[in-house]
Ligand binder design. Structure first.
Ligand code: GLU
Length: 448
């Protein structure tokens, strides 16, 4: 049997910057397409001409590029208006679209009346009862209709969601959705279905806020003679406060970049949160692709935790190769310096702080009185050590013999004098990077 190539699409509206929820949807679409050896499309949902902006289109592309989620193709809804028009005619002719004239205020009033009676606020289909004469009258008054999709009542709408399992909706409890405004512009629902058909999308992966849209869209696919694609609706993300926060909505690539978060960190976390698989610091996404399985996703909201992200980021940074970061390092900072300081970083930008420690000058630190003589002795010994070998072990070995000091008393004053800090990278890796003359100078200065 021929199976269709998997095609997923990430379909943002370019009305703002992508936030963490969008990034997660993009990552899931990408992972599933890669897992299946299929195609991952970027579809720009720009039917809302008033709110769509080119700078957001560019930002969306840049964000995907930064995350390493290169799309296999890009589509724009504004380029497919003719296809929407053609399907509009088809659905209108088959009686699945009908013209309505209610104003928002009228609809609002009707909803309130229903709610007041304890009834679900479902559109009453009053417009279906309009006669040709009624329509003519509206036309004469220059009132253009908006259009609703007539849901077929009767059989339940069902699909087997890749994440949520068996889904079942009674169309009689749903309002016929408005698909086109009186000015001719499109709402999201129908163009999305038409594109999914035309672009041969096999898997619609998106957030669970779209589940009720899916119910209506399943009927739209069928009304257009198409088999609906598979659907996977991921549970939403929650922030620290345990609910969908404004903060999450404002967190995008710009914020993460500024915070020193690596793209791999975002991918590694967002690929796994809300699943039963552990979050692991993968620098290369191959294992994420390999193990990707919608069956691992839970139904509970996934908790997005910036602290977890920062912790994961440190583990990613500790693995980054010099070549991957060299452009972001200070001038002159070469591989040995990167490798020496890398284990102590939580973000790449902090490498600069250690580079200053290596290059000097460092800030003077308070040295205990009883350590001063010890440091003067260290300065004297350092002058005679082979700096090209392993100066740290040579120096501490000689000092141990000469003074009988060991452990903390042996090491800490040296670290303080040489780096100006009580903690930091392994001194065995750091000391060879500090020029001998400079090291001697620091030890002498601290020995006072
Ligand atoms: N433009 C829609 C959105 O951003 C697309 C939803 C979908 O994936 O179908 O919510």
């Amino acid at each position: 049997m021929m199976t269709a190539t998997t095609v997923t699409r990430f379909a943002p509206s370019p009305t703002g910057a992508l936030h963490v929820g969008n990034l997660r949807t993009a990552i899931l679409c990408w992972l599933w397409a890669r897992r299946q050896g299929g195609r991952f499309l970027l579809r720009i949902d720009d039917t809302d001409a008033a709110r769509s902006e080119e700078r957001f289109v560019e930002a969306i592309r840049a964000d995907l590029g930064w995350l390493g989620l290169a799309p296999d193709g890009e589509e724009r809804q504004s380029a497919h208006l003719a296809a929407y028009e053609a399907r509009f005619d088809v659905l209108r002719a088959s009686g699945r679209l009908y013209a309505c004239y209610e104003t928002p205020a009228e609809l609002d009033l009707r909803r309130k009346v229903l709610l007041g009676r304890g009834l679900p606020p479902v559109y009453d289909r009053a417009a279906l009862k309009l006669t040709q004469a009624d329509h003519d009258r509206f036309a004469e008054q220059g009132i253009a209709p908006h259009w609703r999709f007539r849901l077929e009542h009767g059989a339940a709408i069902e699909w087997d969601d890749r994440i949520r399992g068996a889904q079942r909706f009674d169309p009689a409890t749903m309002s016929d959705p408005v698909v086109r405004r009186a000015d001719g512009s499109w709402l999201y629902l129908l163009p999305s279905v038409i594109d999914d058909i035309d672009m041969r999308v096999t898997d619609v992966v998106r957030g669970e806020d779209h589940v009720s849209n899916t119910a209506a869209q399943v009927q739209m696919f069928e009304a257009l003679g198409a088999v609906p694609p598979a659907f996977a609706h991921a549970a939403l993300l929650t922030g620290a406060e345990g609910k969908l926060s404004k903060r999450l909505g404002s967190l995008g690539v710009e914020h993460f970049r500024a915070a020193g978060i690596e793209p791999q960190t975002i991918v590694a976390l967002l690929a796994r949160i809300g699943t039963s698989d552990p979050v692991e610091p993968f620098v290369d996404p191959a294992p994420l692709v390999e193990a990707f399985d919608f069956g691992r996703f839970g139904r509970a909201p996934a908790h997005f935790d910036e602290e977890e992200l920062a912790g994961l980021n440190a583990k990613i940074v500790h693995q980054l190769d010099y070549e991957a970061v060299r452009e972001r390092l200070p001038e002159g900072m070469a591989r040995p310096a990167w490798e020496a300081v890398r284990p102590n970083l939580t973000k790449v930008a902090d490498a600069g702080d250690w580079w200053r420690v290596i290059e000097g000058p460092i800030e003077a630190v308070a040295i205990a009185e009883e350590d001063r003589g010890y440091l003067r002795e260290a300065a004297a010994l350092a002058g005679g050590i082979d700096w090209a070998g392993d100066p740290w072990h040579a120096l501490t070995g000689a000092l141990k013999d000469a003074t009988g000091r060991k452990g903390r008393a042996l090491f800490l004053p040296l670290r303080l004098a040489l780096t100006g800090q009580p903690h930091g990278p392994d001194m065995a890796n750091l000391l060879p990077l500090i020029a001998r003359q400079e090291a001697v100078r620091r030890l002498e200065a601290a020995g006072g």
